[in-house]
Design a protein around this ligand. Structure first.
Ligand code: HEM
Ligand SMILES: *[C@@H]1O[C@H](CO)[C@@H](O)[C@H](O)[C@H]1NC(C)=O
Length: 405
């Protein structure tokens, strides 16, 4: 019954069957043990030119505080477990992120650079055995267009796809400053998501918002309030603090009011993270957040891309793409969007991994050993294959490695 590419769901199913868990969304008490340690072994140390940094502010900050290796090369398992431990990242989303990071990983060692290719012997091994190009090199596999603060890879006038831009970050901060009530934080983020989507449609002729890219770029927006909020007794669910967020993003506001990236993502002193016992589990928090975003602004949910010119966004026919298993409407129902995400990961990754099943089993067992019952079961419609050729209408898909390898 467990086909090779279904191993992921089977293992999740088995874990969950042995210990089902219910998350009480919304019930949360503030505890001072949420303080993130930034002294001693975890004091902030600036990244040198040789240290690798990339498209993820969370991992960059973890490296600058020596929670993961300061040089920016990290084992897949460490990236997941440390993200969970320090920021309360969800184990399920963590495992999916860990699997996607394999696209940029050095496969024999199962480690990856959080930025560009590490070069040297590691880089060479990576090139021989796997991509090894680091997270920055995973365009359209993990790193996606219409990010929260980064440029699209093929966007004209842009430096690269991983350096945050001061003006995009500033646009987010402006929205926050116009709506300072912490209760409005999530609305601000989804408004920003709408803006980053339109920005790509209007500026990048090769904007590709495929299934993976749509999910990745939407989820990373939700990570900002979910994982980058400060917490207090008054706001146990957290609130976005402009200075704290700027620090976490390595952004400095000049006298002219403009933000500039310093490459110094730093966890503020006296910063209270998400409660460790209430991580941002994809199924209980991430999915409802996404559904809220997608139903409020349906354009953020329409998979597709530009066709070589700006403002040429053309939606993909989901029914055709999934051979009738899902439709644009049904993806919004129940757990279908999560199912679709997990299935995309399963179907798309095996081509790079000879030993996928063993790697996944190991990864899941190790994560489960730490978090146990927090990995949940999903009962999903069977999706055997996708009609990848229908993505060829999007030049932004064809220009990059696309899916698989
Ligand atoms: C296993 C661990 C993780 C991996 C492999 C990972 C990987 C990535 C990647 C590849 C991107 C770029 C996506 C894009 O192009 O849009 C990204 C973006 C992002 N990540 Fe992570 N991440 C991890 C953990 C975290 C954590 C713990 C946080 C929060 C503290 C975080 C917050 C973010 C945010 C906010 C962005 C959006 C960046 C922007 O465009 O401004 N990530 N991550
Ligand atoms: C975070 O919240 C705590 C608790 O309210 C507060 O004491 C602290 O100053 C805040 N931290 C920052 C850096 O704003």
């Amino acid at each position: 019954m467990c086909q090779v590419f279904l191993a992921f769901v089977c293992i999740i199913g088995i874990l969950a069957a042995s210990s089902p868990v219910q998350h009480a969304r919304g019930i949360r008490n503030f505890n001072t043990n949420q303080l993130i340690q930034v002294t001693g072994a975890h004091k902030f140390v600036s990244a040198t030119a040789a240290d690798l940094r990339g498209p993820c502010p969370g991992l960059n900050a973890l490296a600058n505080h020596n929670y993961i290796s300061h040089d920016g090369v990290v084992s897949v398992l460490d990236a997941i477990l440390v993200s969970l431990d320090v920021f309360g990242f969800g184990p399920d989303t963590g495992v999916v992120a860990g699997i996607l990071s394999l696209y940029g990983a050095n496969l024999p060692l199962l480690d990856f650079s959080i930025g560009n290719s590490p070069g040297g012997l590691r880089g060479i091994l990576g090139i021989i055995f796997g991509k090894g190009g680091g997270l920055s090199g995973t365009h359209n596999q993990f790193e996606s267009d219409s990010s929260a603060t980064r440029c699209d890879l093929y966007e004209p006038g842009c430096p690269d796809n991983y350096t945050p831009l001061g003006d995009r970050f500033g646009a987010l901060i402006n929205l926050l400053e116009q709506n300072p009530d912490p209760k409005a934080n999530f609305d601000v983020i989804i408004q920003h998501r709408v803006n980053t989507f339109h920005h790509s449609v209007q500026n990048n002729p090769f904007f590709f918002y495929g299934p993976v890219q749509m999910l990745v770029s939407c989820i990373i927006h939700t990570l900002i309030p979910a994982l980058m909020s400060n917490h207090s007794a008054e706001y146990p669910k957290g609130y976005l603090d402009v200075d704290g967020l700027s620090s976490l993003y390595g952004m400095n506001r000049g006298r002219d009011g403009q933000f500039r990236y310093t490459r110094n993502e730093r966890i503020p002193e006296n910063w209270f993270g998400r409660p460790r016992d209430d991580p941002y589990v994809g199924l209980t928090y991430g999915l409802p957040d996404l559904l809220q975003m997608w139903t409020k602004y349906p354009e953020t949910f329409i998979i597709g891309g530009n066709t070589g010119e700006v403002n040429s966004f053309t939606p993909l026919d989901i029914t055709d793409f999934t051979h009738g298993v899902y439709s644009a409407e049904s993806l919004l129902l129940g757990n279908n969007a999560a199912c679709f995400a997990f299935q995309l990961v399963q179907i798309l990754t095996p081509s790079i991994l000879v030993n996928l099943e063993a790697i996944l089993a190991g990864l899941l067992a190790d994560v489960a050993a730490v978090v146990g019952e927090q990995i949940l079961a999903l009962a999903c419609p069977t999706l055997e294959a996708m009609k990848l050729e229908s993505l060829n209408q999007y030049p932004g898909y064809k220009k990059s490695a696309g899916y698989g390898m």
